[in-house]
Design a protein around this ligand. Structure first.
Ligand code: AMP
Ligand code: ZN
Ligand code: FE
Ligand code: FE
Length: 290
């Protein structure tokens, strides 16, 4: 048991509570079939995925951490372009401040989706909010659902093409989304008893070297405690760099695939694009800090 556990883990997973295609229950069942040692459900700006997983019961033998992935604004002095996301692990799901913030974020998303649809319609793409909603479940809608609706209507060939042509940052149907400051996200996660982790640093425009490291130091001053070392889009070299950096800065190492089910069809639970392996002892180490 414990440190001899040779199983792998996945600490970055989206469910139907945000823009994943599997329910929390289906994710836990799949994790058990794949013999994963631990998982965390980290839906965008909502606690609903973790809540649903817990209330349905966690299968014996699989470690579980509550999670969230918050889209944030980088510090103003570091206008880091790219997806500036903060992961929270081991948070108390009933924390009032965190809950009131995520409801505000959900409201902002509800206001944003019709604007995206309007832009697509103005571009001559006949797609409706109802059609996008049919690509999700009961959950909050995001761009992947709109992308899937465009695919189903034959207006694009793939979700990726929908992002590349219309929905990605700076593309003609892009609408910015309201974000809280990263400092606020880090503080909220800490106050809810959790560990705040910088998600997929490799997706930031400046993602290595002195520029990145000063940004990281600023985040550590705000209370950041970990870095997502292993990630589907990190090359082996980049992973080794973050691994070494985590040791140098005494940061907790985490890793995950960013699994979205069929809404990100090339990423597999626990394995990413095939080769991702996050060791069980990273989960154990993380647990020691919660
Ligand atoms: P939203 O929360 O509506 O801003 O959508 C964010 C999600 O869209 C991310 O989690 C990704 O799954 C997906 N996404 C964002 N940018 C891209 C991109 N350029 N290509 C493919 N998927 C993307
Ligand atoms: Zn997503
Ligand atoms: Fe992300
Ligand atoms: Fe994610």
């Amino acid at each position: 048991m414990g440190c001899n556990d040779s199983r792998y883990i996945d600490l970055h997973i989206h469910s139907t509570a945000s823009d994943g295609s599997l329910t929390p229950r289906e994710i836990l069942d799949l994790a058990r079939r794949l013999d994963l040692g631990a998982v965390a459900i980290t839906d965008h700006d909502t606690l609903a995925g973790s809540q649903e997983a817990l209330s349905g019961g966690i299968p014996a033998g699989c470690g579980f951490l509550t999670g969230i992935e918050i889209s944030t604004q980088p510090p103003p002095e570091y206008p880091a372009a790219g997806s500036f996301h903060v992961l929270g692990y081991g948070i108390r799901l009933d924390d009032p401040a965190l809950n009131s913030t995520v409801s505000r974020l959900q409201q902002a998303r509800n206001n944003r989706n019709p604007c995206i649809i309007d832009k697509l319609n103005a571009l001559g793409l006949p797609v409706s909010l109802q059609e996008a909603a049919a690509c999700g479940s009961d959950s909050q809608l995001g761009r992947p659902h709109i992308a899937e609706a465009l695919v189903r209507k034959g207006l694009v060939g793939s979700i990726q093409e929908a992002f590349d042509r219309y929905l990605g940052t700076g593309k003609p149907a892009y609408v910015d989304k309201y974000r809280i400051a990263c400092q606020q996200a880090i503080a909220l996660i800490g106050a809810a008893g959790g560990v705040a982790v910088l998600a997929h640093p490799g997706l930031l425009q400046t993602h290595r070297g002195p520029g990145f490291e000063t940004l990281l130091d600023a985040l550590i001053d705000m209370g950041l405690r970990g870095i997502e070392v292993a990630y589907s889009d990190h090359s082996p070299e980049l992973t080794a760099y973050y691994h070494e950096l985590a040791q140098r800065r005494r940061l907790i190492k985490t890793g995950g695939t960013d699994f979205h089910g069929s809404l990100k069809p090339d990423v597999r639970l626990g394995a990413g694009r095939g080769g991702l392996r996050v060791p069980f002892d990273w989960y154990q180490e993380l647990l020691r800090h919660i």
